[in-house]
Design a protein around this ligand. Structure first.
Ligand code: ATP
Ligand code: MG
Length: 238
């Protein structure tokens, strides 16, 4: 079953007296348990597509189905849908509350969703991403970039989502830490049978992570790549 089905997605933003089209006509489907990646130049609309699927960008046109369920424009994600889709952002520093200890940042989504045994779940979540319990007592500025991104991943996984939207999850990290995080993501995906939609500008990251990819250019998908294309580096030659 396709987890994501997008048909003719269009997103525009008000600009001056008119509007600017950020996503013009994007269609693709992502199957359960695959990693599908979006690549393309800065400003081509990649993050906007992810934000629509996360329920963060609620003004759009076209057809969107998640887990076989039709999503409507302006719809607020709630209940199971809100748990099933999680997003990891490029900059882990900006996405963690600077004045909250990590334990609180991780505990809050669980509390909102009425979960029990929150301290235990927080420790499990830290452990799962290779962080020790002491991290719960620290503030974001006391962590390294790699540790912060692990925390962001732990937070995204707390509610056991089916779909993870990864927007440049490692581009703020140095090379060795980047490889660690990517391997961690691949392991977690296998263990939990998750599906990933990944954005990265790094051709090696795309080849390492993805079953399929699509190249975007000013709001359109202009090319698709299968596993063999990616292995041959077709996506790097464009
Ligand atoms: N909230 C917004 N208001 C106005 N314009 C926006 C908004 N969000 C995105 N845009 C514009 O829409 C276009 C697509 O932006 P988007 O962030 O999706 O690109 P991107 O492919 O993710 O780029 P990058 O690789 O730099 O992250 C850009 O021209 C951007 O300036
Ligand atoms: Mg972006």
């Amino acid at each position: 079953m396709a987890l994501i089905e997008i048909d003719n997605l269009q997103v525009s933003f008000p600009q001056g007296h008119g509007h600017k089209i950020a996503v013009e006509s994007v269609s693709f489907a992502v199957e359960a348990e695959e990693t599908f990646s979006l690549i393309g130049a800065s400003g081509c609309g990649k993050s906007t597509v992810l934000r629509v699927l996360a329920g963060l960008q609620r003004e759009w046109r076209g057809q969107v189905r998640l887990f076989g369920q039709t999503i409507e424009p302006l719809q607020r994600f709630a209940g199971q849908l809100r748990r099933d889709v999680q997003m990891v952002f490029q900059d882990p520093y900006a996405s963690l509350h600077p004045q909250h200890k990590i334990g609180r940042t991780l505990g809050e989504p669980l509390k909102i969703h009425g979960e029990k045994q929150i301290p235990t779940r927080v420790l499990e979540a830290l452990q799962q991403v290779g962080l020790n319990a002491a991290i719960a007592e620290r503030y974001p500025h006391q962590l390294s970039g790699g540790q912060r991104q692990r925390v962001a991943i732990a937070r995204a996984l707390l509610l056991r989502p089916k779909l993870l939207l990864l927007d440049e999850p490692t581009s703020a990290l140095d090379m060795s830490v980047q490889a660690e995080i990517l391997n961690l993501l691949n392991r977690l995906k296998r263990e939990h049978g998750m599906t990933y939609l990944l954005v990265s500008h790094d051709g090696d990251v795309i080849a390492h992570m993805s079953e399929r990819a699509a190249l975007m250019e000013s709001g359109h998908i202009v090319r698709h790549y299968n596993r063999a294309d990616l292995r041959a580096g077709e996506h790097i030659r464009e």
